[in-house]
Each structure stands twice: as structure tokens, then as C-alpha cells.
Design a protein around this ligand. Structure first.
Ligand SMILES: Nc1nc2c(ncn2[C@@H]2O[C@H](COP(=O)(O)OP(=O)(O)OP(=O)(O)O)[C@@H](O)[C@H]2O)c(=O)[nH]1
Length: 452
């Protein structure tokens, strides 16, 4: 029962908010209770009234027991412990990237590499394949399934298919695969042509957001499948053009969006361009998304651990994300000669390239007042969730011996206590936001006002 897993929130200050632009508005309106009130060392966990939004709050996801070790002494918590099954949902990864960036090449690499994992693949293409019996393939979007949603985001139209396919996959093939890989983007020319023939014009064709949201908005998916990560392929040769493309008002630049939502970024086709061009692209990508790990690659020949089992949506794995770096750091010794605004005094970074979408990170030592932090973060999400694509954070809350970690995608928020702070460990808060029109100084000011 979801309700039995719900946790008392400190300040559940937000009420339902309807978002007419949200393609999922009909399915879910969301509430964002944010942080927990620590009760000395005891987390307070008790049954709360069932609500349609409970899936968005922390602990909706079945958690490993260790999360609750601090609360095991109380009887109600013991009761809770017995009700929490281990999270044995199937992991799913999303591979996205612009047309021709190398998604299929990477997919083939995943399917042929010697990693011992059985991979189920879902592609946005017609046709069904079965390779070696280890690949469970599924097909998508028939013409009858294409519908325009309110916001014109065509990618949302695949949601119904995705739900259907994943449900089918799980019901028929559960136990026969270890990982699901979803290739987004309507990369197939068949579908592209079909859309053009139908005179359907769209934005967000390859925007991963609706696919990400599907994992949280649909019970059938959420209960069975856990989103592992978004892997974005970037074409080293052509990405610059796509990033530069000026779109009509209200139309998103898909190349930017794909980067913004990523947990892992593979700058592919580096054989086609010189080092300086790649370095400048890498820098540009970092300005959009400082949370993702990045690698330069040829023909998607990446270590499989880099793309599978990354836990990009797992608050437990937050630390590596907030400290994200380019793996191939040797390539990253570049002159810092471009238009950044650094605020070293406050350890925050507000990058001003590609002003539409950027990353803001705040690193600040101190303890947060829970009520203030709740108010700040909650208000921010209520007012700006359209603009905040992703965020991750690691917080030090006064009176709480554990670190509080959270991650979010627009108005989907997951947070939970993490490990204990070490006795001599500096209690440093780290938050990264990726979004549109973010003002780093304003965000930092709001955050600092929550510190005691
Ligand atoms: N030179 C070079 N070519 C590459 C590399 N990676 C992929 N390619 C080639 O680029 C072309 C497009 O690669 P795909 O893997 O089909 O790209 P995709 O993103 O799946 O393409 P769509 O499905 O059309 O969006 C193919 O001919 C690949 O062989 C690379 O690192 N270097």
C-alpha cells in the first residue's frame, strides 16, 4: 500500500497545483511535499491518508531496509520495516540524442558486448527483432496511436505505447531480461515521414522529459520498472549547429533538452573533428548540464558500466552527480577564457552560455532550518517546476544526523535520509539545478536564507 509507506512530512505546504501546459495534467496533478521533519534520531513514519499524488513523495518507492535503520526502534517504524519490500524492479535506461548521433551504434554495442546482461530493447521504430534470443524487442507507434497533446509535444504521444509495451514486456518476459533500454527520439524515417504526411508539426520530438515522467506517472510502470538513467549521445561534429538553432517562441531546442536531462553524456564521433572543437563543445555541454558525467567516444564504444546500472534517478547516488566531472579529465585542461560568471566566494556557479538552459550549483556549509528549507524549495518548485528540468541535492538539516538527499524532474520529487554524517565531516550542502532561465544568485540567496 502506497499510503502505508508515506511518511509524515514536516511542512506539507504545497497544495495541488494544476498545470494546464503539463501534458500529464489529466493524469496527475502533483504535490510536492519536500523535506522530512527529523524527530531527534527517529524518522517519523506513519500511515497517511491515501492520495492520488502519493507516488511522488519520498518512500513511495520501495526502499532497501538500510534507509530506515534510524527508525527501526519505534513500533510504528518496525511495522513499516516489515512492509517495505526490497526494490527489485527492473532497471530501464533511456538512450537519447539527435538524429544520427550514434544511438543505434551504441545500442548495438550494448547488445553485442560481453557483459552477461540480458537486455530488452524498446525502440521508436516499426519492426520487431530478436537477436540471439537474448533481446526482447518491442515495437511502437502505429499511426492510429498518434495523437496531438495539448502542448504539442509529440514525444508525449509515445507515452501510451511505452506504457503498453513495458507492461507487456514485464507481464510476458519478466525474469527473462535484466535491463530495459529505451531508444528515444523518433529516429525512424518511417515515423518522421508519417508525421509530416499527416501534417503534424511538433516540438520536443526527442525530448526525454515525457518518457521520464511516464516512469513516475503510470502505476503500471512505476511498480515494475525503475528508471536507471538517461544517456544522451551528442554528435561531436554537428551538435554545435543544433545547439545554435534558434527556435520559434515556445518551441524547445531538442538538442539542448536532451543534454539537460542526461545522467551520462557521450560526445560521440570525436574522430570527425579536432580536439579544440570537441573541447569547446564539451564546455558548452557542461554549461547546460553540470550534473551529468561525460565521456568522449568513437562509435559509442563505451564501457557498459557507464551506461547501465548508473542509478541516475536514485537519491542514494546523488553524491557523484553533484560532484560530476568529465571522466576523461585529461581532455579537459582548457583555458577558462569564455563568458562564465563564477561566484567563488559562495561556491556557486551560474553559467551564462546558452542562456536558455543552464546549470546552477550551490555548495555551502551549514545546517538548514527545515521549515525554511521546505518553504523555499517547495515554493521554488511550485512556481518554477516547468523551468526546472532536473535537480539533485545533498543537504545538511539541523537536528538530523543523516544527510538528506533528493532528486527531481520538474514537479516529481524524491527525497530521503541517506547515510549518517561522519563525526568530523564538514556538513556541506550541495545542490545542482538544471533548467531554463535560472538565476544562480537568486537561488543561492534563497538557499542561504534557509541556513541557520
Ligand atoms: N565517424 C563516425 N561515425 C559514426 C560514429 N558513431 C556512429 N557513426 C555512424 O553514424 C551514422 C549514424 O549512426 P547511428 O548509430 O545510426 O545514429 P542514430 O542516432 O541511431 O541515428 P537515427 O536513428 O537516425 O537518429 C552511422 O553510419 C554510424 O556508423 C563515430 O563515432 N564516428
Amino acid at each position: 500500500m502506497a499510503s502505508s509507506l508515506a511518511t509524515e512530512m514536516a511542512t506539507t505546504f504545497l497544495s495541488f497545483t494544476s498545470r494546464p501546459q503539463n501534458p500529464f495534467a489529466k493524469i496527475r496533478t502533483t504535490v510536492l511535499p519536500v523535506l522530512f521533519k527529523p524527530r531527534a534520531r527517529n524518522l517519523s513514519c506513519k500511515t497517511t491518508p491515501s492520495s492520488s499524488h502519493s507516488k511522488f513523495i519520498a518512500f513511495r518507492v520501495p526502499r532497501p531496509y538500510r534507509r530506515f535503520t534510524v527508525s527501526a526502534s519505534a513500533s510504528e517504524d518496525s511495522d513499516l520495516l516489515t512492509k517495505i519490500p526490497p526494490d527489485n524492479r527492473s532497471p530501464a535506461s533511456i538512450i537519447t540524442g539527435f538524429l544520427g548521433s550514434g544511438k543505434t551504434t551504441l545500442l548495438n554495442h550494448i547488445l553485442t558486448a560481453d557483459h552477461g546482461k540480458r537486455i530488452a530493447v524498446i525502440e521508436n521504430e516499426y519492426g520487431e527483432v530478436d537477436i540471439d534470443g537474448s533481446l526482447v524487442a518491442a515495437k511502437t507507434t502505429g499511426a492510429e496511436d498518434i495523437i496531438m497533446l495539448n502542448n504539442g509535444c509529440l514525444c508525449c504521444t509515445v507515452r501510451g505505447d511505452l506504457v503498453r509495451m513495458i507492461s507487456e514486456l514485464v507481464s510476458k518476459k519478466k525474469g527473462k531480461f535484466d535491463h530495459i533500454v529505451i531508444e528515444t527520439a523518433v529516429g525512424s524515417f518511417e515515423l518522421f515521414r508519417l508525421l509530416v504526411n499527416l501534417k503534424i508539426y511538433f516540438s520536443g520530438l526527442a525530448n526525454p522529459a515525457p518518457i521520464i515522467q511516464t516512469f513516475y506517472a503510470e502505476d503500471a510502470i512505476f511498480n515494475e520498472v525503475k528508471l536507471d538513467g538517461v544517456v544522451t549521445l551528442v554528435d561531436a561534429k554537428h551538435a554545435g549547429f543544433h545547439l545554435d538553432e534558434v527556435k520559434p517562441k515556445g518551441v524547445v531546442n531538442e538538442a539542448v533538452e536532451q543534454i539537460a536531462y542526461a545522467d551520462r553524456i557521450i560526445v560521440n564521433k570525436t574522430d570527425l573533428v579536432g580536439g579544440p572543437q570537441v573541447a569547446s563543445l564539451v564546455e558548452r555541454i557542461k554549461n547546460i548540464n553540470r550534473m551529468a558525467h561525460m565521456k568522449r567516444m568513437e562509435f559509442g564504444k563505451v564501457d557498459l558500466d557507464y551506461v547501465l546500472g548508473i542509478g541516475g534517478f536514485d537519491p542514494e547516488r546523488i553524491e557523484s552527480a553533484v560532484d560530476a566531472k568529465e571522466d576523461d579529465a585529461a581532455h579537459d585542461r582548457h583555458d577558462h577564457d569564455h563568458n562564465h560568471e563564477h561566484h567563488h566566494d559562495h561556491h556557486s556557479h551560474d553559467h551564462t552560455h546558452d542562456p536558455g538552459v543552464s546549470s546552477v550549483s550551490i555548495v555551502c556549509e551549514g545546517n538548514l532550518d527545515l521549515d525554511k528549507a521546505n518553504m523555499w524549495l517547495g515554493t521554488l518548485l511550485m512556481e518554477r517546476s516547468e523551468d526546472i528540468y532536473r535537480m539533485k541535492g545533498l543537504l545538511s538539516v539541523r537536528g538530523m544526523d543523516e544527510r538528506f538527499v533528493f532528486q527531481g524532474v520538474h514537479d516529481i520529487f524524491q527525497g530521503s535520509p541517506d547515510r549518517m554524517w561522519g563525526p568530523d565531516e564538514p556538513r556541506v550542502n550541495k545542490i545542482v539545478f538544471i533548467g531554463k532561465n535560472l538565476n544562480g544568485q537568486e537561488l543561492e540567496k534563497g538557499f542561504k536564507a534557509c541556513l541557520l
